[in-house]
Design a protein around this ligand. Structure first.
Ligand code: SF4
Length: 244
């Protein structure tokens, strides 16, 4: 039976003791350490959005996915209430995912240009995708305590990816800020001073991965033209070039 983390100490213990990404995935998926987020994710799964009223929502933490020997990691903020929290896969079934996967497909990093459900045939190619916070938060805003409680899952995932990881793409300022201490805790070389977040902002230290900033493909950015397809393509072109 999969052990269930009920508080921050249990998250730390279970994450650190996960010997593989498969074990980590099982344990993350059962986590109940943040009472506010557990209530929210499960309430959303019962109430649903009208357009999805016939679907069974996932309503649980959304684990990372993609090959265990990926060279590129993409880190987002948290699952969307009616996206990842509905489908069980990060950036799947929402507008941000539509943008992101179209770009990944153009870059040769995804098998098909859509990501709509667990059985859509999508496959990430040399990319592991994860969220800094694994449960959908109200208004897409986790608290500082929730961010810190969830961090050990990301730290362990980054540790397990260490043999192959060369590039980490942070989607948005929240992921950028959360990544720094997580990479350090996972044993990577990280620049001592964190540059301000920006689109195509880069940082690297010693043998550590290239850390690359990208505006988040949220509707707020894509509808307003703050993030264009060309700008997102430039991020993944840079990521691919850095693995060569
Ligand atoms: S946000 Fe993270 S730590 Fe909190 S309940 Fe979800 S998976 Fe667990």
């Amino acid at each position: 039976m999969t052990p269930v983390a009920e508080d921050a100490a249990e998250v730390r213990r279970l994450a650190a003791g996960s010997r593989s990404l498969d074990v980590l995935t099982e344990r993350v998926s059962e986590c109940r350490a943040c009472p506010r987020l557990v209530t929210w994710r499960e309430d959303v799964a019962i109430e649903k959005r009208a357009a999805f009223r016939d679907e069974v929502y996932w309503g649980r933490p959304v684990p990372g996915w993609g090959p265990a020997d990926a060279q590129i990691a993409i880190v987002g903020l948290a699952p969307a209430a009616h996206g990842g929290n509905r489908t069980g896969r990060i950036f799947t079934g929402d507008r941000s995912g539509d943008w992101l996967f179209a770009a990944l497909y153009r870059a040769g990093l995804a098998r098909i240009p859509i990501s709509v459900s667990l059985d859509d045939g999508q496959e990430l190619l040399d990319v592991r995708m994860l969220a800094a916070v694994r449960c959908a938060p109200p208004a897409n805003k986790p608290t500082t305590e929730e961010r810190d409680t969830c961090a050990p899952w990301m730290v362990r995932e980054l540790e397990l990816l260490r043999p192959t990881l060369r590039v980490v793409v942070a989607l948005g300022g929240f992921a950028w800020g959360t990544l720094w201490p997580a990479l350090k805790a996972a044993g990577y070389d990280v620049p001592g001073r964190r540059p301000p977040f920006g689109h195509l902002q880069e940082a690297r230290e010693g043998d550590g991965p290239l850390i690359l900033g990208s505006y988040h493909p949220s509707q707020q950015n894509t509808f307003t033209g703050k993030l264009t397809e060309e700008m997102l393509d430039a991020v993944f072109a840079r990521a691919v070039a850095a693995t060569a």
